[in-house]
Design a protein around this ligand. Structure first.
Ligand SMILES: [Zn+2]
Length: 424
């Protein structure tokens, strides 16, 4: 029934790999990996290269007040229908890898390149996006560009965030020629886009271990994070008999094991204590103070809330039994995001048609798709990360898997451009 689908155009492997190499060189050093922190010189250079690529593909590029880059394919049979949006991000963590974010932007560029090359005229417009400041490395908070677009954050909530050098978001935007006072204009509304699709590397090793070459994201787990301070008494380790002690670190050890146990007992929940600080920190002193960072995630908000409540009780009990004081500060408490089931089904079908084994999964890492899901149906396709390594220059995805993922992305975008989400 669909002419576009029967043509089933192939993506161009060489073009994909060459574009990946282009972006991999921006901000790269052989020993340091990719340094393309949001709004840095390298990040802006990547944006310029992207704009150039978009123009040469015949897209109409647009940069919004926050530096999100959009490029719309001007040919569509019904140009007034909401576009299908496809993309990811180009900023990187310090010393990051070449695939995180960039793979999704390159795949999106290939989608429009293939449409152009094969002379297809989709029914709905297709639009490529690279969201700004997806990584939390600079301002301690991620997916800022897509959050502004989706309206899940107000400009005032982020303008005063500071980077490690003390520069605010407002100042940084001014310095790079963007428009902090016009951020509200970046916002898009429900109905502005038909759908959002993103290809991303997995950043874990589930695909590799199961032998699937593609992951289809059903939900994005969201973290609840705490800082816990336990306060006991620093005493001489020789002169203080055991019954007299109020050892903050021994209490912390119980808390760490409680986090592990509660997470293990709840299906789909992961719990981590990633940092610990002990004072005074001497071999001959009973620890008087311990500070922990606790991170709990799940695809399911209710299960996560149950685990968090149980953890609060445990902490209270441990502190009471040991005579410790404590302060539990919530750093973030985000709701997990369920991506659109029709898009997951579409991606799965597209993978099947290409004979590729795909695995439905939950993304443990946050992505722009979780913001876009608030204003349009959103879907995500994951490609394997070798040994699960990411945020490192060791990051690697086999070229064949990138090409395959891009093909599935193209198939899905063409389907959506013709039929929209409801019919998929
Ligand atoms: Zn990413």
């Amino acid at each position: 029934m669909s002419a576009v689908r029967e043509l089933a155009p192939s993506v161009d492997r060489q073009r994909i790999l060459s574009e990946l190499r282009t972006f991999a060189r921006i901000g790269y050093s052989p020993d340091g990996g990719i340094n393309r922190l949001a709004f840095s010189r390298a990040d802006r250079q990547a944006r310029q290269v992207l704009l150039h690529r978009m123009r040469s593909l015949g897209l109409e590029p647009r940069v919004d007040a926050f530096g999100n880059v959009f490029g719309r394919l001007p040919v569509a049979r019904e140009p007034d229908l909401p576009p299908v949006l496809v993309g990811s991000h180009l900023d990187a963590v310090p010393g990051g890898g070449r695939f995180d974010g960039a793979a999704g932007v390159v795949a999106a560029l290939e989608v429009v390149a293939a449409i152009r090359q094969h002379g297809l005229v989709p029914r709905r417009p297709v639009e490529v996006v690279s969201f700004a400041c997806e990584e939390s490395s600079r301002f301690g908070r991620g997916t800022l560009g897509s959050a502004l677009v989706a309206g899940t954050v107000e400009p005032e909530e982020i303008l005063e965030l500071r980077d490690a050098r003390g520069l605010t978001v407002r100042r940084v935007l001014e310095l790079v020629g963007l428009e902090p006072d016009r951020l509200a204009l970046a916002r898009r509304r429900p109905g502005d886009y038909s759908a959002y699709l993103e290809l991303h590397i997995e950043q874990g090793r589930v695909l590799e271990e199961t032998g699937a070459r593609l992951g289809i994201v059903e939900a994005i787990a969201a973290p609840t994070r705490f800082r816990l301070e336990l306060v006991g008494r620093a005493d001489h380790s020789g002169a203080t008999p055991m019954p007299f002690r109020r050892d903050a670190l021994a209490g912390a050890a119980e808390v760490i094991l409680a986090v592990e146990r509660l997470a293990r007992e709840a299906p789909g929940v992961v719990g981590t204590v990633g940092t610990i600080r002990v004072e005074p920190g001497a071999i001959n002193v009973v620890p008087g103070r311990a500070e922990l960072a606790i991170d709990v995630r799940s695809r399911d908000g209710t299960t996560k809330a149950t685990v968090v409540a149980a953890l609060r009780d445990e902490i209270d009990g441990i502190a009471r039994r040991r005579g410790l004081g404590y302060a539990l500060q919530t750093l973030t408490d985000e709701e997990p995001v369920v991506l659109h089931p029709a898009l997951a089904a579409l991606l799965e079908r597209c993978a099947q048609e290409r004979g590729a084994p795909a695995l439905r999964m939950v993304s443990g890492a946050g992505h722009d798709a979780m913001q876009m899901a608030r204003i349009c149906p959103a879907g995500m396709l994951l490609v394997p990360s070798r040994e699960g390594v990411s945020h490192s220059r060791q990051e690697w995805t086999p070229p064949d898997d990138i090409v395959l993922g891009t093909q599935i992305l193209l198939d899905a975008v063409l389907h959506l451009a013709e039929h929209g989400v409801s019919a998929s």
